[in-house]
Write a protein that binds this ligand. Structure first.
Ligand SMILES: [Zn+2]
Ligand SMILES: [Zn+2]
Length: 202
């Protein structure tokens, strides 16, 4: 899915920042065997952040159909060994050197979906916002090819994250980031040319 990762030019210009103050390890619910429950392991906490990384203390991480496919071996031939979930909400603990330019600050309540580190140079990255996630040169996808959100802390990409309004709970927001957004986009597309009061099927 992510063949030939290309680094965004900001990586070299801005570099990485170290993470301080976290315990050495944390708990993670990982995929080590297909068609078996997640297993709990102690894993290292993140030690450095790339420019657009957000390190969040996970509050809620939801389970998507993609997680079911990953658990059953429907996507890859070998178990990922990573924790599941690409739909986290939580509190911003630390961030990379470019994330503040997008308006994030420590302590923010955030929600994210799992794409990380698009190349910034391909046609999809330079296209409209609605196609950025098609970049073929991403570093990977949280909960699939990168550690997921079924762990105490996780790293997401500021460009695929939003700050949560106070009135929206962590529990409500988490499944909106992938499953909810997918259905919402379908509705937005389907209602073009539909009159108010008509039925649509999604
Ligand atoms: Zn790209
Ligand atoms: Zn999903």
């Amino acid at each position: 899915m992510f063949k030939g990762h290309r680094e965004h030019p900001d990586f070299k210009r801005l570099g990485t920042v170290p993470v301080e103050g976290l315990p050495e390890t944390m708990l993670a619910a990982e995929v080590h065997e297909f068609n078996k429950p997640y297993t709990i392991h102690q894993v290292p906490t993140p030690k450095s952040l790339d420019p657009y990384d957000l390190l969040i203390r996970v509050a809620v991480a939801s389970f998507c159909h993609t997680d079911a496919l990953i658990l059953s071996g429907g996507l890859e031939s070998t178990p990922s060994g990573f924790s599941g979930s690409h739909e986290p909400t939580g509190t911003l603990y630390a961030m990379g050197s470019a994330a503040a330019t997008l308006g994030f600050k420590l302590g923010d309540r955030v929600a994210a979906v799992g794409w990380r580190d698009p190349c910034g140079q391909c046609d999809d990255c330079k296209g409209p916002n609605s196609v950025h996630h098609y970049c073929k040169y991403m570093k990977g996808f949280v909960g699939s090819t990168l550690p997921g959100a079924f762990q105490e802390y996780t790293v997401v990409d500021a460009r695929f994250s939003v700050k949560l309004p106070d009135r929206l709970s962590f529990e409500t927001a988490a499944p909106l980031t992938c499953a909810g957004a997918t259905a919402w986009r379908a509705v937005k597309t389907a209602i073009q040319g539909v009159e108010k009061g008509q039925w649509i099927g999604i």
